[in-house]
Structure formats: structure tokens, C-alpha cells
Design a protein around this ligand. Structure first.
Ligand SMILES: Nc1nc2c(ncn2[C@@H]2O[C@H](COP(=O)(O)OP(=O)(O)OP(=O)(O)O)[C@@H](O)[C@H]2O)c(=O)[nH]1
Ligand SMILES: [Mg+2]
Length: 427
């Protein structure tokens, strides 16, 4: 199985809770607060490695959770931080936010890392809440909770050269005679069901060629195997467009060339704009004269379109033209820049909402407050504790939340719901 796209869920570690504790010794009956802060939760970090070549391992494991931070302790002991979780992916993996489908990272080089989610912050211990008037706070802050997120991993093979063409054009056969790859070859369409990669050596140089399943007219609408495999050649620098010049399949060579280019264009304008070398294949099936005639004809039609692509004629059976082809590819590659990293939109995937605030009136006449601001505020509240609760009410007033509620009709005696808490508002 070739897995080139997988959806996984990731969750950073929650922060540990702050401790509530008071200093005690034989000499001090009632010491001050000494509850330590909770530890930070572990991060989720992706790391590219050359030791992996597929996303296969993600078939078995799809859920990744980093360690939580430990709670704070007495004597101002800070809780231990949760361990970061490293998720290894093959080089060439692009990470997308599953919700918006936006690219959040493009890991190309071995060792490259991307911190996808930061662990939750630890809660403050009760020491933090001690003031001159509140000397014995019996509450602390709970650790920041992290939500599970979904991301899509996509493996985009980074080859220099991509082979495209109709089924049976001879793509896999060519790869097998110019590279170390041994792809499956057969005289039926769609022999190749998954991309093959091969390293081609040309004197002291080498380049990577990707062979993908054949395209046919309508591939962009899903005909045949569709055009989803084009993602494997999306980032190549050069396309070898293979066309069967012998007409062994009963089609006209130049028509084939145009159809495939239309399919490339439908997939991506960028892909269509890549330089191409036209490789006319199976020349051994034609007599010398016939071949010359057909190549001449193809050339003039190409020129008719104003298409300046170079043409190389080959046979993978007699090996004719293969050295010329390798030379043409290498000369062309030398003039082309290395493929650029993917344009990653600046997009704050790990954005924490600590500011949003919504007030609304329910059908039964009660009021509701929600949003990231309130979620964050509530971390520091222990409702059963009178002092803590009065601190909470003071914050509601000081931060303008009561005013907002009044604007939408809050009156003395009305019920207010905040998360799991409900209380009566008293002026
Ligand atoms: N005579 C001749 N036959 C060839 C040549 N190249 C390939 N073939 C034959 O053409 C058929 C198809 O070859 P493949 O290499 O499997 O074609 P492909 O383009 O990879 O096809 P798909 O994987 O189905 O897209 C096989 O029977 C090959 O032996 C050639 O240069 N000369
Ligand atoms: Mg093939």
C-alpha cells in the first residue's frame, strides 16, 4: 500500500494545576501560602527524517498526545514540564490544517522541525494570589487545557524530473532502463498504480526521476486513476512528456500530447508552465523512413503551436536515444533553479483564544457569557471558596462583563450562566 495522505489528530500536553498549600512547621502554626505553579505541558513537534519514505506507519497510529505538565506542590515546588512529543515524518511532507486545508508547514530537509502545538501553560500556585488583604488564598489556577487538533500529512515526493504521458507510453520501461528502479511493466493500461522513484546517473551527476500512473483524457474529472498522482510531480523542475510515436495504441501522437497537456493544465497552471522535454517513444517499432516522417510531422505541429519544447526520440528496447535523453535532461536541469520551498501562508495554526467574549440572552430570560476570555479567567476560580468566588465577581465587574450584560438587559435577580456555573446577579 502506498499511503501519501493521512489525517491524524494531535494534542499538546495540558498545563499542570497550581497547588494550594500553606507553610507549616512546629514553630509556625499558620504559615503563609506556599503552593507552587503547575508545569507546562509538552509540545507537539514534527521532524523530517530521511529514514522514512512513506506515511505508512500512520495507518496504525493516528492519535498523538504529548505529556501533561505535573501539578505544583507544596514548598513552592514547581510541577515538572510534560515531555515534548516528536512525530517523525519523511522529508517532503507537507502539513495542512484539516479544518481549513491551509498549509502550515513544509518539511523538506532531514532534521527540519516544526512546533505545531505548544503545551498548555501551568497554573499559578496559591502563593501568587496572596496580597496584603488576602493573606491565605485557598485557591490556585488550574493548568491551561489544550484541545485536540486534526492535521493532514501529505507526502510530496521531491523528484527533479517527472514522467507523464498516456498509459502504455513507456514511462516505467524508460525508468527501468535509465535508473536503478525496477518498476512493474506490462502491455496493459494502468500497470503503474503508485509512483516509482529512480536515481539516474549521468557521469558524475545524478537526478531523481518520478514515474507516475498514466493520465488519460478526463483524468481531472476522475477518469482512469484520475490526476491525484500528479501531486507527486507537482514540485519537479522538469517534465518528460512521453508520447508513443509508433501509434501502437491506435491513437495519433500529437493528439495525445495535447490531451495530456490539457489535463496537466486542469490540475495546475504551475505544473503546465514547467519546462518539458518531449520524448517520442517506441521508435524501434517504425522503419527509419516512417520514423523520420512522423517526427518531422510532430515537430511542425509543435512549432505550429509556438511550443519550443525540445524533442528526443528513444527506444527503451534498443536503447537508442537514451544517452542523448540523459544529456538533454542534465543540461536542462543545470539551468533550472532547485525547487523552492512551498509557499506557506502565514497562518497561526496554534492560535489560543484568550480574548473573545460573547454575551447573550437565553429564551428563558437568563443570560450567558462565553468565549476564550472567560475560559481563561475561570481557570483561576474555585467556586466552593468564598474568597475565590468574590474575586471572580470582582473581575466580572472590573473587566466590563457586567456592563455588557446590562446592555442587553441584565437586571437585579436575573440568572447568569458561565460555563458550568449559574448564579443570581445581585446589584
Ligand atoms: N517496442 C517497444 N515497446 C515498448 C517500449 N517502451 C515500452 N514498451 C512496451 O510498452 C508497454 C507499456 O510499457 P510501460 O512502461 O508499462 O508503460 P507505462 O507508460 O508505464 O504505462 P502505465 O503504467 O500503464 O501508465 C510494455 O509492454 C512495454 O514493454 C519501447 O521503447 N519499444
Ligand atoms: Mg507504468
Amino acid at each position: 500500500m502506498f499511503l501519501d495522505r493521512v489525517k491524524i489528530s494531535i494534542k499538546a500536553g495540558d498545563g499542570g494545576n497550581g497547588a494550594v498549600s500553606f507553610y507549616r512547621s512546629k514553630l509556625t502554626a499558620n504559615g503563609g501560602p506556599d503552593g507552587g505553579d503547575g508545569g507546562k505541558g509538552g509540545d507537539i513537534i514534527f521532524r523530517a527524517t530521511k529514514d522514512m519514505t512513506s506515511l505508512y506507519s500512520f495507518t496504525f497510529k493516528k492519535k498523538f498526545v504529548a505529556e501533561n505538565g505535573s501539578n505544583g506542590g507544596k514548598s513552592n515546588k514547581i510541577g515538572a514540564s510534560g515531555k515534548d512529543l516528536f512525530i517523525e515524518v519523511p522529508c517532503g511532507t507537507v502539513i495542512l490544517d484539516a479544518g481549513s486545508n491551509k498549509v502550515i508547514a513544509d518539511l523538506r530537509e532531514h532534521g527540519e522541525e516544526f512546533v505545531a502545538l505548544k503545551g498548555g501553560g501551568g497554573g499559578r500556585g496559591n502563593t501568587y494570589y496572596a496580597t496584603a488583604t488576602r493573606q491565605a488564598p485557598r485557591f490556585s489556577q488550574s493548568g491551561e487545557k489544550c484541545v485536540e487538533r486534526k492535521v493532514v500529512l501529505e507526502l510530496k515526493t521531491i523528484a527533479d524530473v517527472g514522467l507523464v504521458g498516456y498509459p502504455n507510453a513507456g514511462k516505467s520501461t524508460l525508468l527501468s532502463v535509465i535508473s536503478n528502479a525496477r518498476p512493474k511493466i506490462a502491455d496493459y493500461a494502468f500497470t503503474t498504480l503508485e509512483p516509482n522513484l529512480g536515481v539516474v546517473e549521468y557521469y558524475d551527476n545524478a537526478f531523481i526521476v518520478a514515474d507516475i500512473p498514466g493520465l488519460i483524457e478526463g483524468a481531472s474529472e476522475g477518469v482512469g486513476l484520475g490526476h491525484r498522482f500528479l501531486r507527486h510531480v507537482e514540485r519537479v523542475r522538469l517534465i518528460l512528456h512521453l508520447v508513443d510515436i509508433s501509434g501502437s495504441e491506435g491513437r495519433e501522437a500529437f493528439e495525445d500530447y495535447k490531451v495530456i497537456n490539457t489535463e496537466l493544465e486542469k490540475y495546475s497552471k504551475k505544473l503546465r508552465a514547467l519546462p518539458q522535454i518531449v520524448v517520442l517513444t517506441k521508435c524501434d517499432l517504425l522503419s527509419k523512413d516512417e520514423l523520420e516522417e512522423r517526427v518531422k510531422n510532430f515537430k511542425s505541429k509543435l512549432e505550429g503551436l509556438g511550443d519550443k519544447s525540445e524533442i528526443v526520440t528513444i527506444s527503451s528496447i534498443t536503447n537508442s536515444g537514451l544517452t542523448e535523453l540523459k544529456k538533454a535532461v542534465w543540461e536542462k536541469l543545470k539551468t533550472l533553479p532547485k525547487s523552492a520551498p512551498m509557499e506557506v501562508e502565514l497562518f497561526d495554526f496554534d492560535k489560543r483564544d484568550k480574548t473573545s467574549l460573547f454575551v447573550s440572552k437565553r429564551a428563558d430570560g437568563s443570560f450567558e457569557v462565553s468565549g476564550g476570555f472567560i475560559d481563561n479567567l475561570i481557570r483561576g476560580i474555585v467556586l466552593s471558596d468564598e474568597i475565590s468566588f468574590s474575586y471572580f465577581q470582582k473581575r466580572l465587574k472590573d473587566d466590563g462583563i457586567i456592563d455588557k450584560l446590562k446592555e442587553i438587559g441584565l437586571k437585579d435577580g436575573d440568572t447568569v450562566h458561565i460555563k458550568d456555573i449559574s448564579f443570581e446577579y445581585i446589584e
